[in-house]
Write a protein that binds this ligand. Structure first.
Ligand code: SAH
Length: 586
Protein backbone atom coordinates (compact mmCIF):
# COMPACT_ATOMS: atom_id res chain seq x y z
CA UNK A 1 0.00 0.00 0.00
CA UNK A 2 1.36 3.41 -0.89
CA UNK A 3 0.79 6.06 1.74
CA UNK A 4 1.69 9.64 2.13
CA UNK A 5 2.33 10.17 5.80
CA UNK A 6 2.07 13.94 5.54
CA UNK A 7 -1.49 13.99 4.25
CA UNK A 8 -3.18 13.39 7.60
CA UNK A 9 -2.46 14.45 11.15
CA UNK A 10 -1.06 11.94 13.57
CA UNK A 11 -0.32 12.57 17.24
CA UNK A 12 3.39 12.93 17.91
CA UNK A 13 4.41 9.93 20.04
CA UNK A 14 7.01 10.91 22.60
CA UNK A 15 8.34 9.57 25.88
CA UNK A 16 8.38 12.43 28.37
CA UNK A 17 10.88 12.89 31.12
CA UNK A 18 8.55 13.83 33.99
CA UNK A 19 10.89 13.46 36.91
CA UNK A 20 9.91 15.71 39.82
CA UNK A 21 6.96 17.21 37.96
CA UNK A 22 3.63 17.68 39.70
CA UNK A 23 0.79 15.99 37.86
CA UNK A 24 -2.73 16.64 38.97
CA UNK A 25 -5.54 14.09 38.87
CA UNK A 26 -8.93 15.80 39.22
CA UNK A 27 -11.65 13.37 40.28
CA UNK A 28 -11.43 9.64 40.81
CA UNK A 29 -14.21 8.41 38.60
CA UNK A 30 -13.50 5.09 36.91
CA UNK A 31 -11.23 3.84 39.65
CA UNK A 32 -9.30 1.29 37.57
CA UNK A 33 -8.13 3.90 35.06
CA UNK A 34 -7.50 6.34 37.85
CA UNK A 35 -5.18 3.93 39.64
CA UNK A 36 -3.35 3.18 36.40
CA UNK A 37 -2.78 6.89 35.83
CA UNK A 38 -1.39 7.32 39.33
CA UNK A 39 0.84 4.30 38.90
CA UNK A 40 2.21 5.69 35.62
CA UNK A 41 2.81 9.09 37.18
CA UNK A 42 4.67 7.64 40.15
CA UNK A 43 6.68 5.29 37.93
CA UNK A 44 7.85 8.25 35.85
CA UNK A 45 9.33 9.92 38.91
CA UNK A 46 6.67 12.65 39.07
CA UNK A 47 4.45 13.60 42.01
CA UNK A 48 0.81 12.53 41.79
CA UNK A 49 -1.61 14.94 43.43
CA UNK A 50 -5.18 13.66 43.49
CA UNK A 51 -7.97 16.09 44.25
CA UNK A 52 -11.79 15.87 44.43
CA UNK A 53 -12.28 12.20 45.15
CA UNK A 54 -15.57 11.17 43.58
CA UNK A 55 -16.71 8.98 46.49
CA UNK A 56 -15.65 8.68 50.08
CA UNK A 57 -14.68 5.08 49.64
CA UNK A 58 -12.22 6.13 46.91
CA UNK A 59 -10.13 7.97 49.50
CA UNK A 60 -9.63 4.80 51.51
CA UNK A 61 -8.78 2.76 48.46
CA UNK A 62 -6.24 5.22 47.13
CA UNK A 63 -4.59 5.77 50.48
CA UNK A 64 -4.26 2.06 51.08
CA UNK A 65 -2.76 1.54 47.59
CA UNK A 66 -0.52 4.57 47.26
CA UNK A 67 -0.37 6.12 50.75
CA UNK A 68 3.13 4.82 51.42
CA UNK A 69 4.66 6.62 48.40
CA UNK A 70 6.14 9.96 49.38
CA UNK A 71 5.33 11.35 45.95
CA UNK A 72 1.61 10.61 46.35
CA UNK A 73 -0.70 13.18 47.85
CA UNK A 74 -4.46 13.15 48.23
CA UNK A 75 -6.26 16.48 48.71
CA UNK A 76 -9.66 15.57 50.06
CA UNK A 77 -11.75 18.53 48.95
CA UNK A 78 -13.55 19.89 45.87
CA UNK A 79 -11.21 21.09 43.12
CA UNK A 80 -11.12 24.73 42.07
CA UNK A 81 -9.58 26.39 39.04
CA UNK A 82 -6.91 28.02 41.13
CA UNK A 83 -5.53 24.53 41.94
CA UNK A 84 -3.98 24.56 38.48
CA UNK A 85 -1.77 27.45 39.48
CA UNK A 86 -1.19 26.74 43.16
CA UNK A 87 -0.41 23.03 43.54
CA UNK A 88 2.60 22.95 41.21
CA UNK A 89 6.32 23.27 41.78
CA UNK A 90 7.74 26.62 42.88
CA UNK A 91 10.24 26.52 40.01
CA UNK A 92 7.39 26.82 37.50
CA UNK A 93 5.43 29.40 39.52
CA UNK A 94 3.31 26.63 41.02
CA UNK A 95 1.59 25.83 37.75
CA UNK A 96 0.96 22.10 37.66
CA UNK A 97 2.82 20.22 34.91
CA UNK A 98 0.08 17.96 33.62
CA UNK A 99 -3.60 17.36 34.30
CA UNK A 100 -5.74 14.23 34.16
CA UNK A 101 -9.48 14.77 34.57
CA UNK A 102 -11.50 11.84 35.90
CA UNK A 103 -14.74 13.61 36.82
CA UNK A 104 -18.14 11.88 36.75
CA UNK A 105 -19.94 11.97 33.39
CA UNK A 106 -22.46 14.65 34.38
CA UNK A 107 -19.74 17.21 35.06
CA UNK A 108 -18.88 17.97 31.48
CA UNK A 109 -19.28 21.72 31.87
CA UNK A 110 -16.56 21.69 34.46
CA UNK A 111 -14.40 19.53 32.26
CA UNK A 112 -14.69 22.11 29.52
CA UNK A 113 -13.77 24.86 31.92
CA UNK A 114 -10.65 23.03 33.10
CA UNK A 115 -9.70 22.31 29.51
CA UNK A 116 -9.97 25.95 28.48
CA UNK A 117 -7.94 27.08 31.45
CA UNK A 118 -5.26 24.46 30.71
CA UNK A 119 -5.06 25.61 27.11
CA UNK A 120 -4.52 29.17 28.29
CA UNK A 121 -1.83 28.09 30.68
CA UNK A 122 -0.37 25.62 28.19
CA UNK A 123 -0.77 22.73 30.62
CA UNK A 124 -1.05 19.36 28.86
CA UNK A 125 -4.45 17.92 29.70
CA UNK A 126 -6.23 14.61 29.29
CA UNK A 127 -9.94 14.39 30.02
CA UNK A 128 -11.13 10.81 30.42
CA UNK A 129 -13.08 9.72 27.33
CA UNK A 130 -13.10 13.27 25.95
CA UNK A 131 -10.60 13.45 23.09
CA UNK A 132 -12.00 16.84 22.12
CA UNK A 133 -10.86 18.25 25.46
CA UNK A 134 -7.52 16.51 25.60
CA UNK A 135 -4.19 17.71 24.30
CA UNK A 136 -2.64 14.28 24.77
CA UNK A 137 -3.84 10.76 25.22
CA UNK A 138 -2.34 7.77 26.93
CA UNK A 139 -1.59 4.82 24.67
CA UNK A 140 -2.24 1.26 25.59
CA UNK A 141 1.05 0.56 27.30
CA UNK A 142 2.96 -2.52 28.33
CA UNK A 143 5.54 -1.98 31.02
CA UNK A 144 8.05 -4.75 31.57
CA UNK A 145 7.35 -6.02 35.08
CA UNK A 146 10.97 -7.08 35.39
CA UNK A 147 12.06 -3.44 35.25
CA UNK A 148 14.26 -3.71 32.20
CA UNK A 149 12.93 -0.31 31.17
CA UNK A 150 11.11 -1.69 28.15
CA UNK A 151 7.75 -0.08 27.46
CA UNK A 152 5.56 -0.62 24.44
CA UNK A 153 2.84 1.86 23.76
CA UNK A 154 0.24 1.47 21.04
CA UNK A 155 -1.90 4.22 19.62
CA UNK A 156 -4.54 3.88 16.94
CA UNK A 157 -5.14 7.61 16.84
CA UNK A 158 -8.46 7.37 18.58
CA UNK A 159 -9.72 4.42 16.57
CA UNK A 160 -10.49 2.28 19.56
CA UNK A 161 -8.61 1.48 22.72
CA UNK A 162 -9.82 -2.11 22.71
CA UNK A 163 -8.16 -2.56 19.36
CA UNK A 164 -5.00 -0.85 20.62
CA UNK A 165 -4.99 -3.23 23.57
CA UNK A 166 -5.36 -6.22 21.32
CA UNK A 167 -2.54 -5.02 19.06
CA UNK A 168 -0.36 -4.49 22.10
CA UNK A 169 -1.04 -8.03 23.26
CA UNK A 170 -0.17 -9.42 19.85
CA UNK A 171 3.12 -7.52 19.84
CA UNK A 172 3.96 -8.76 23.32
CA UNK A 173 3.16 -12.33 22.36
CA UNK A 174 5.55 -12.15 19.46
CA UNK A 175 8.48 -11.06 21.63
CA UNK A 176 10.90 -13.72 22.88
CA UNK A 177 10.22 -14.81 26.43
CA UNK A 178 13.59 -13.49 27.57
CA UNK A 179 12.95 -9.97 26.29
CA UNK A 180 13.70 -8.42 29.70
CA UNK A 181 17.13 -10.03 29.83
CA UNK A 182 17.74 -8.94 26.24
CA UNK A 183 17.02 -5.30 27.01
CA UNK A 184 18.98 -5.39 30.26
CA UNK A 185 21.97 -7.13 28.72
CA UNK A 186 22.15 -4.86 25.70
CA UNK A 187 21.81 -1.78 27.91
CA UNK A 188 24.58 -2.93 30.22
CA UNK A 189 26.92 -3.77 27.37
CA UNK A 190 26.30 -0.43 25.75
CA UNK A 191 26.98 1.41 29.00
CA UNK A 192 30.17 -0.51 29.58
CA UNK A 193 31.39 0.18 26.10
CA UNK A 194 30.59 3.86 26.45
CA UNK A 195 32.39 3.98 29.76
CA UNK A 196 35.43 2.06 28.67
CA UNK A 197 36.14 2.70 25.00
CA UNK A 198 34.39 5.90 24.33
CA UNK A 199 35.66 7.71 27.37
CA UNK A 200 39.14 6.90 26.20
CA UNK A 201 38.37 8.36 22.83
CA UNK A 202 36.80 11.46 24.31
CA UNK A 203 39.74 11.82 26.61
CA UNK A 204 42.06 11.72 23.64
CA UNK A 205 40.00 14.45 22.04
CA UNK A 206 39.16 16.60 25.01
CA UNK A 207 41.86 15.80 27.50
CA UNK A 208 39.55 14.82 30.35
CA UNK A 209 36.55 12.69 31.17
CA UNK A 210 35.74 14.27 34.46
CA UNK A 211 32.20 15.06 33.57
CA UNK A 212 30.75 11.81 32.30
CA UNK A 213 27.42 13.33 31.32
CA UNK A 214 29.19 15.94 29.25
CA UNK A 215 31.46 13.29 27.81
CA UNK A 216 28.51 11.22 26.75
CA UNK A 217 26.76 14.21 25.23
CA UNK A 218 29.85 15.04 23.30
CA UNK A 219 30.10 11.43 22.28
CA UNK A 220 26.64 11.15 20.83
CA UNK A 221 26.96 14.45 19.04
CA UNK A 222 30.38 13.57 17.80
CA UNK A 223 29.87 10.45 15.86
CA UNK A 224 26.27 9.66 14.95
CA UNK A 225 27.29 6.04 15.19
CA UNK A 226 23.85 5.00 16.30
CA UNK A 227 22.16 6.54 13.29
CA UNK A 228 21.02 3.62 11.29
CA UNK A 229 22.36 4.73 7.95
CA UNK A 230 25.83 4.74 9.51
CA UNK A 231 25.59 1.22 10.89
CA UNK A 232 27.22 -0.36 7.93
CA UNK A 233 29.80 2.27 7.23
CA UNK A 234 32.81 0.79 5.61
CA UNK A 235 35.64 0.03 8.02
CA UNK A 236 38.90 -1.17 6.62
CA UNK A 237 39.95 -4.21 8.55
CA UNK A 238 43.68 -3.86 8.22
CA UNK A 239 43.88 -0.14 7.94
CA UNK A 240 41.79 1.02 10.87
CA UNK A 241 42.35 4.44 12.25
CA UNK A 242 42.78 4.65 15.98
CA UNK A 243 39.29 6.06 16.18
CA UNK A 244 37.95 3.06 14.23
CA UNK A 245 39.73 0.74 16.66
CA UNK A 246 38.09 2.43 19.58
CA UNK A 247 34.70 2.47 17.93
CA UNK A 248 34.99 -1.15 16.97
CA UNK A 249 33.04 -2.58 19.86
CA UNK A 250 30.30 0.02 19.46
CA UNK A 251 29.92 -0.92 15.83
CA UNK A 252 29.95 -4.62 16.62
CA UNK A 253 27.29 -4.18 19.23
CA UNK A 254 25.12 -2.22 16.78
CA UNK A 255 25.50 -4.99 14.26
CA UNK A 256 24.78 -7.74 16.76
CA UNK A 257 21.60 -5.95 17.76
CA UNK A 258 20.66 -5.54 14.13
CA UNK A 259 21.38 -9.05 12.87
CA UNK A 260 21.51 -11.67 15.62
CA UNK A 261 18.44 -13.73 16.47
CA UNK A 262 16.60 -11.73 19.12
CA UNK A 263 16.55 -14.41 21.76
CA UNK A 264 20.33 -14.78 21.61
CA UNK A 265 20.89 -11.14 22.50
CA UNK A 266 20.37 -11.96 26.16
CA UNK A 267 23.61 -13.95 26.24
CA UNK A 268 25.95 -11.74 24.24
CA UNK A 269 28.92 -10.84 26.39
CA UNK A 270 31.74 -8.37 26.25
CA UNK A 271 33.97 -11.19 25.05
CA UNK A 272 31.81 -11.57 21.97
CA UNK A 273 32.70 -8.02 21.09
CA UNK A 274 36.41 -8.72 21.25
CA UNK A 275 38.63 -10.94 19.12
CA UNK A 276 38.32 -14.71 18.83
CA UNK A 277 37.86 -16.40 22.16
CA UNK A 278 40.44 -18.62 23.81
CA UNK A 279 38.49 -21.66 22.77
CA UNK A 280 38.78 -20.65 19.15
CA UNK A 281 42.47 -19.92 19.51
CA UNK A 282 42.87 -23.42 20.87
CA UNK A 283 40.98 -24.90 17.94
CA UNK A 284 43.14 -22.92 15.59
CA UNK A 285 46.22 -24.60 16.99
CA UNK A 286 44.64 -28.00 16.77
CA UNK A 287 43.70 -27.41 13.17
CA UNK A 288 47.20 -26.29 12.41
CA UNK A 289 45.89 -23.48 10.29
CA UNK A 290 48.36 -20.71 10.25
CA UNK A 291 46.92 -17.40 11.24
CA UNK A 292 48.37 -15.27 8.54
CA UNK A 293 45.87 -12.61 9.23
CA UNK A 294 47.63 -11.11 12.15
CA UNK A 295 50.87 -10.99 10.34
CA UNK A 296 50.07 -9.30 7.10
CA UNK A 297 47.32 -7.50 5.28
CA UNK A 298 45.24 -10.40 4.20
CA UNK A 299 43.17 -10.55 1.09
CA UNK A 300 40.67 -13.14 0.03
CA UNK A 301 43.57 -14.79 -1.79
CA UNK A 302 45.21 -15.69 1.46
CA UNK A 303 42.49 -18.18 2.12
CA UNK A 304 42.71 -19.62 -1.34
CA UNK A 305 46.44 -19.63 -1.24
CA UNK A 306 46.94 -21.85 1.75
CA UNK A 307 48.11 -24.90 -0.13
CA UNK A 308 51.20 -24.96 2.00
CA UNK A 309 49.09 -25.40 5.11
CA UNK A 310 48.40 -28.89 6.47
CA UNK A 311 50.13 -30.63 3.65
CA UNK A 312 49.07 -34.05 2.51
CA UNK A 313 45.57 -33.85 3.88
CA UNK A 314 44.05 -33.65 0.47
CA UNK A 315 44.63 -37.31 -0.12
CA UNK A 316 43.76 -38.70 3.26
CA UNK A 317 41.42 -36.69 5.44
CA UNK A 318 41.69 -37.84 9.02
CA UNK A 319 38.01 -38.73 9.32
CA UNK A 320 34.87 -38.93 7.24
CA UNK A 321 33.26 -35.64 8.16
CA UNK A 322 31.00 -34.14 5.51
CA UNK A 323 30.36 -30.57 4.53
CA UNK A 324 27.72 -28.82 2.48
CA UNK A 325 27.52 -25.20 1.40
CA UNK A 326 23.86 -24.41 1.47
CA UNK A 327 22.01 -21.41 0.10
CA UNK A 328 19.38 -20.35 2.61
CA UNK A 329 17.45 -17.94 0.36
CA UNK A 330 16.71 -14.28 1.04
CA UNK A 331 14.83 -14.62 4.31
CA UNK A 332 11.37 -16.10 4.10
CA UNK A 333 11.03 -19.77 4.97
CA UNK A 334 8.87 -20.06 1.86
CA UNK A 335 11.96 -19.32 -0.22
CA UNK A 336 14.14 -22.00 1.34
CA UNK A 337 14.68 -25.06 -0.85
CA UNK A 338 13.68 -28.51 0.38
CA UNK A 339 17.31 -29.55 -0.05
CA UNK A 340 18.43 -26.77 2.27
CA UNK A 341 15.81 -27.79 4.81
CA UNK A 342 17.03 -31.36 4.78
CA UNK A 343 20.60 -30.22 5.37
CA UNK A 344 19.52 -28.01 8.28
CA UNK A 345 17.64 -30.90 9.87
CA UNK A 346 20.48 -33.38 9.56
CA UNK A 347 23.49 -31.24 10.49
CA UNK A 348 25.75 -31.84 13.50
CA UNK A 349 26.94 -28.27 13.42
CA UNK A 350 25.63 -25.27 11.50
CA UNK A 351 27.90 -22.40 10.63
CA UNK A 352 25.59 -19.60 9.59
CA UNK A 353 26.15 -16.27 7.92
CA UNK A 354 25.33 -13.19 9.95
CA UNK A 355 22.55 -12.41 7.47
CA UNK A 356 20.66 -15.70 7.76
CA UNK A 357 17.34 -14.57 9.22
CA UNK A 358 15.69 -15.69 12.40
CA UNK A 359 12.85 -17.50 10.62
CA UNK A 360 15.35 -19.86 8.98
CA UNK A 361 17.47 -20.25 12.10
CA UNK A 362 14.32 -21.22 13.95
CA UNK A 363 14.15 -24.37 11.86
CA UNK A 364 17.41 -25.66 13.31
CA UNK A 365 16.60 -28.55 15.65
CA UNK A 366 17.17 -27.84 19.29
CA UNK A 367 20.51 -29.21 20.32
CA UNK A 368 22.22 -28.72 16.96
CA UNK A 369 25.30 -26.68 17.59
CA UNK A 370 24.99 -23.35 15.78
CA UNK A 371 27.60 -20.69 15.26
CA UNK A 372 26.84 -17.35 13.65
CA UNK A 373 29.62 -15.55 11.82
CA UNK A 374 30.91 -12.44 13.52
CA UNK A 375 31.21 -10.47 10.32
CA UNK A 376 31.12 -6.99 11.67
CA UNK A 377 32.68 -3.89 10.21
CA UNK A 378 36.41 -4.26 10.28
CA UNK A 379 36.27 -7.96 11.07
CA UNK A 380 35.14 -9.65 7.86
CA UNK A 381 38.38 -11.46 7.12
CA UNK A 382 38.96 -12.67 10.65
CA UNK A 383 35.37 -13.80 10.97
CA UNK A 384 35.62 -15.73 7.73
CA UNK A 385 38.81 -17.38 8.93
CA UNK A 386 37.21 -18.20 12.25
CA UNK A 387 34.32 -19.88 10.48
CA UNK A 388 36.55 -21.91 8.17
CA UNK A 389 38.59 -23.12 11.09
CA UNK A 390 35.54 -24.12 13.04
CA UNK A 391 34.31 -26.04 9.99
CA UNK A 392 37.61 -27.81 9.50
CA UNK A 393 37.86 -28.71 13.14
CA UNK A 394 34.40 -30.27 13.11
CA UNK A 395 35.11 -32.15 9.89
CA UNK A 396 38.16 -33.67 11.50
CA UNK A 397 35.97 -34.86 14.31
CA UNK A 398 33.87 -36.64 11.71
CA UNK A 399 30.89 -34.36 12.02
CA UNK A 400 28.42 -33.22 9.42
CA UNK A 401 29.03 -29.52 8.87
CA UNK A 402 26.43 -27.33 7.20
CA UNK A 403 27.67 -23.98 6.07
CA UNK A 404 24.42 -22.06 5.83
CA UNK A 405 24.63 -19.01 3.65
CA UNK A 406 22.29 -16.19 2.81
CA UNK A 407 20.75 -16.26 -0.67
CA UNK A 408 22.84 -18.27 -3.09
CA UNK A 409 26.27 -19.45 -1.95
CA UNK A 410 28.00 -18.38 -5.13
CA UNK A 411 26.50 -14.90 -5.45
CA UNK A 412 28.79 -12.64 -3.45
CA UNK A 413 28.81 -15.24 -0.75
CA UNK A 414 32.46 -16.28 -0.94
CA UNK A 415 31.12 -19.76 -1.63
CA UNK A 416 33.79 -20.36 -4.24
CA UNK A 417 36.57 -19.60 -1.79
CA UNK A 418 35.09 -21.87 0.81
CA UNK A 419 34.71 -24.62 -1.74
CA UNK A 420 38.41 -24.36 -2.55
CA UNK A 421 39.43 -24.16 1.11
CA UNK A 422 37.66 -27.36 2.11
CA UNK A 423 38.40 -29.25 -1.11
CA UNK A 424 42.09 -28.58 -0.73
CA UNK A 425 41.95 -30.13 2.69
CA UNK A 426 40.26 -33.24 1.43
CA UNK A 427 36.66 -32.35 2.17
CA UNK A 428 34.87 -31.54 -1.06
CA UNK A 429 31.66 -29.74 -0.21
CA UNK A 430 28.27 -30.52 -1.66
CA UNK A 431 26.89 -27.18 -2.83
CA UNK A 432 23.17 -26.46 -2.79
CA UNK A 433 21.92 -23.40 -4.64
CA UNK A 434 19.66 -20.92 -2.95
CA UNK A 435 17.33 -18.21 -4.16
CA UNK A 436 19.50 -15.12 -4.34
CA UNK A 437 18.26 -11.92 -2.78
CA UNK A 438 19.17 -10.29 -6.08
CA UNK A 439 16.39 -12.13 -7.87
CA UNK A 440 13.91 -12.48 -5.02
CA UNK A 441 14.03 -8.74 -4.31
CA UNK A 442 12.87 -7.80 -7.75
CA UNK A 443 9.88 -10.11 -7.41
CA UNK A 444 8.79 -8.94 -3.97
CA UNK A 445 9.17 -5.35 -5.16
CA UNK A 446 6.93 -6.03 -8.16
CA UNK A 447 9.81 -5.40 -10.54
CA UNK A 448 9.78 -7.72 -13.57
CA UNK A 449 13.54 -7.98 -14.03
CA UNK A 450 12.94 -8.64 -17.70
CA UNK A 451 9.85 -7.45 -19.51
CA UNK A 452 9.24 -7.11 -23.21
CA UNK A 453 9.95 -3.55 -24.42
CA UNK A 454 11.22 -2.55 -20.98
CA UNK A 455 14.19 -4.70 -19.99
CA UNK A 456 15.91 -7.51 -21.85
CA UNK A 457 18.84 -8.12 -19.53
CA UNK A 458 19.78 -8.23 -15.86
CA UNK A 459 23.03 -7.32 -14.22
CA UNK A 460 23.81 -8.30 -10.65
CA UNK A 461 26.78 -6.46 -9.26
CA UNK A 462 28.21 -5.09 -6.07
CA UNK A 463 28.52 -1.55 -4.77
CA UNK A 464 31.57 -2.50 -2.75
CA UNK A 465 34.62 -3.97 -4.42
CA UNK A 466 37.68 -5.62 -2.90
CA UNK A 467 38.96 -3.90 0.22
CA UNK A 468 36.14 -1.40 0.04
CA UNK A 469 37.14 0.16 -3.27
CA UNK A 470 34.45 1.04 -5.77
CA UNK A 471 33.83 -1.75 -8.26
CA UNK A 472 34.22 -1.19 -11.96
CA UNK A 473 31.23 0.94 -12.95
CA UNK A 474 29.09 -0.85 -15.55
CA UNK A 475 27.93 1.04 -18.60
CA UNK A 476 24.38 2.34 -18.63
CA UNK A 477 22.02 0.28 -20.79
CA UNK A 478 18.46 1.59 -21.06
CA UNK A 479 16.97 -1.88 -21.39
CA UNK A 480 18.78 -3.37 -18.42
CA UNK A 481 17.73 -4.01 -14.83
CA UNK A 482 20.75 -3.58 -12.58
CA UNK A 483 20.81 -4.92 -9.05
CA UNK A 484 23.49 -3.54 -6.73
CA UNK A 485 24.19 -5.61 -3.64
CA UNK A 486 26.18 -4.26 -0.70
CA UNK A 487 25.64 -0.76 -2.00
CA UNK A 488 23.37 1.18 0.32
CA UNK A 489 25.93 2.17 2.92
CA UNK A 490 27.79 4.05 0.24
CA UNK A 491 24.93 5.06 -2.00
CA UNK A 492 26.25 8.60 -2.31
CA UNK A 493 29.59 7.58 -3.77
CA UNK A 494 28.07 4.93 -5.99
CA UNK A 495 25.38 7.17 -7.45
CA UNK A 496 27.85 9.98 -8.00
CA UNK A 497 30.01 7.59 -9.99
CA UNK A 498 27.08 6.19 -11.96
CA UNK A 499 26.00 9.69 -12.95
CA UNK A 500 29.58 10.55 -13.87
CA UNK A 501 29.48 7.49 -16.16
CA UNK A 502 26.45 8.79 -18.07
CA UNK A 503 23.74 6.93 -16.20
CA UNK A 504 20.31 8.50 -16.60
CA UNK A 505 19.64 10.43 -13.39
CA UNK A 506 15.87 10.12 -13.92
CA UNK A 507 15.79 6.34 -14.19
CA UNK A 508 13.53 4.70 -11.56
CA UNK A 509 15.21 3.01 -8.62
CA UNK A 510 13.99 0.81 -5.79
CA UNK A 511 15.67 0.26 -2.47
CA UNK A 512 14.64 -3.18 -1.24
CA UNK A 513 15.46 -3.96 2.37
CA UNK A 514 14.98 -7.21 4.26
CA UNK A 515 13.31 -8.68 1.20
CA UNK A 516 10.80 -11.38 2.09
CA UNK A 517 11.14 -10.76 5.86
CA UNK A 518 8.22 -9.46 7.92
CA UNK A 519 9.85 -6.04 8.15
CA UNK A 520 10.53 -5.79 4.43
CA UNK A 521 10.62 -2.21 3.16
CA UNK A 522 10.47 -1.07 -0.43
CA UNK A 523 11.31 2.50 -1.28
CA UNK A 524 10.82 3.79 -4.79
CA UNK A 525 12.50 6.88 -6.13
CA UNK A 526 14.70 8.09 -8.98
CA UNK A 527 18.40 7.32 -9.24
CA UNK A 528 19.41 10.92 -8.53
CA UNK A 529 17.51 10.97 -5.23
CA UNK A 530 18.83 7.66 -3.88
CA UNK A 531 21.60 9.08 -1.62
CA UNK A 532 19.32 11.66 -0.01
CA UNK A 533 16.54 9.13 0.44
CA UNK A 534 18.87 6.60 2.09
CA UNK A 535 20.04 9.28 4.47
CA UNK A 536 16.49 10.30 5.29
CA UNK A 537 14.91 6.90 5.83
CA UNK A 538 17.92 5.30 7.54
CA UNK A 539 18.89 1.74 6.81
CA UNK A 540 17.26 -1.56 7.60
CA UNK A 541 19.93 -4.05 6.51
CA UNK A 542 20.37 -6.13 4.50
CA UNK A 543 19.23 -4.13 1.53
CA UNK A 544 19.98 -3.64 -2.14
CA UNK A 545 19.36 -1.21 -4.93
CA UNK A 546 17.52 -1.96 -8.16
CA UNK A 547 17.90 0.49 -11.01
CA UNK A 548 16.09 0.38 -14.33
CA UNK A 549 12.84 1.15 -16.09
CA UNK A 550 11.47 -2.21 -14.97
CA UNK A 551 11.13 -0.68 -11.49
CA UNK A 552 8.18 1.35 -12.76
CA UNK A 553 6.75 -1.26 -15.13
CA UNK A 554 4.15 -2.89 -12.91
CA UNK A 555 3.53 -0.56 -10.05
CA UNK A 556 -0.14 0.29 -9.91
CA UNK A 557 -1.13 3.07 -9.78
CA UNK A 558 1.77 3.94 -12.06
CA UNK A 559 4.77 5.33 -10.26
CA UNK A 560 3.82 8.93 -9.81
CA UNK A 561 6.16 11.61 -10.97
CA UNK A 562 8.82 12.19 -8.36
CA UNK A 563 10.17 15.68 -7.98
CA UNK A 564 12.13 17.71 -5.47
CA UNK A 565 9.20 18.02 -3.10
CA UNK A 566 8.09 14.43 -3.48
CA UNK A 567 11.10 12.22 -3.73
CA UNK A 568 10.00 8.75 -2.75
CA UNK A 569 7.28 6.34 -1.67
CA UNK A 570 7.57 3.57 0.89
CA UNK A 571 5.82 0.22 1.09
CA UNK A 572 6.16 -1.76 4.29
CA UNK A 573 5.85 -5.46 5.03
CA UNK A 574 5.91 -8.80 3.27
CA UNK A 575 2.74 -10.76 2.62
CA UNK A 576 3.81 -14.23 3.55
CA UNK A 577 2.79 -16.81 6.07
CA UNK A 578 6.14 -17.80 7.46
CA UNK A 579 4.74 -18.57 10.88
CA UNK A 580 2.32 -21.11 9.51
CA UNK A 581 4.90 -22.59 7.22
CA UNK A 582 7.57 -22.76 9.91
CA UNK A 583 5.11 -24.57 12.18
CA UNK A 584 4.57 -27.13 9.42
CA UNK A 585 8.28 -27.67 8.99
CA UNK A 586 9.37 -27.83 12.59
N1 SAH B 1 24.60 -14.63 -1.31
C1 SAH B 1 23.67 -13.58 -1.05
C2 SAH B 1 24.31 -12.20 -1.14
C3 SAH B 1 25.36 -11.98 -0.08
S1 SAH B 1 26.06 -10.41 -0.19
C4 SAH B 1 22.51 -13.70 -2.02
O1 SAH B 1 22.59 -14.42 -3.01
O2 SAH B 1 21.48 -13.08 -1.77
C5 SAH B 1 25.09 -9.55 1.00
C6 SAH B 1 24.18 -8.56 0.31
O3 SAH B 1 23.06 -9.23 -0.20
C7 SAH B 1 23.60 -7.52 1.24
O4 SAH B 1 24.50 -6.44 1.44
C8 SAH B 1 22.39 -7.09 0.48
O5 SAH B 1 22.74 -6.19 -0.54
C9 SAH B 1 21.94 -8.37 -0.17
N2 SAH B 1 20.87 -9.05 0.57
C10 SAH B 1 20.93 -10.23 1.19
N3 SAH B 1 19.73 -10.57 1.69
C11 SAH B 1 18.89 -9.59 1.38
C12 SAH B 1 17.51 -9.35 1.62
N4 SAH B 1 16.74 -10.22 2.28
N5 SAH B 1 16.97 -8.21 1.16
C13 SAH B 1 17.71 -7.32 0.47
N6 SAH B 1 19.02 -7.49 0.22
C14 SAH B 1 19.60 -8.61 0.65
Amino acid sequence: MIHDEMSYSLPFMVACNCKDEVQLVIGTNSMGTCKNRIRSILRSGAHAVVISPTQESDVKQLVSTFGHYSRFRLVDRQWQLSDLTSLGRPIVAKVVDRVFVQLPLDECLMEKEIYEQCIKLRIPINVFQRPEWSTFHVGSTYVDPQSSGLQISVSTNGQGCILANRIKREIMASLPSNISQIVTNMGQLRDRIINEDQQKLIKDHYGSTKDLALAQNVWYGLNGEYESHNLNNLVKEFDMTERDQRLKRTRWLSQIIEYYPMSKLADVSLEDLGGPSEEQQEQKQQCGVEDKLNKSESTENDINGQESVVMGEKKSPPSCGKISLVGGGPGSVSMLTLGALQEIKTADIILADKLVPQSVLDLIPEGTETFIARKFPGNAERAQQELLEKGLHSLREGRKVVRLKQGDPYIFGRGGEEYVFFSERGYEPTVLPGLSSALASTVVARVPATQRDVADQILVCTGTGRKGALPQIPEYVTSRTTVFLMALHRADILVRELLAHSWDSEVPAAIVERASCDDQRITRTLLKYVPEVVEEIGSRPPGLLIVGHSVAALVQPPLRAFDDSNKYTIEEGFQGNDMGLAALLR
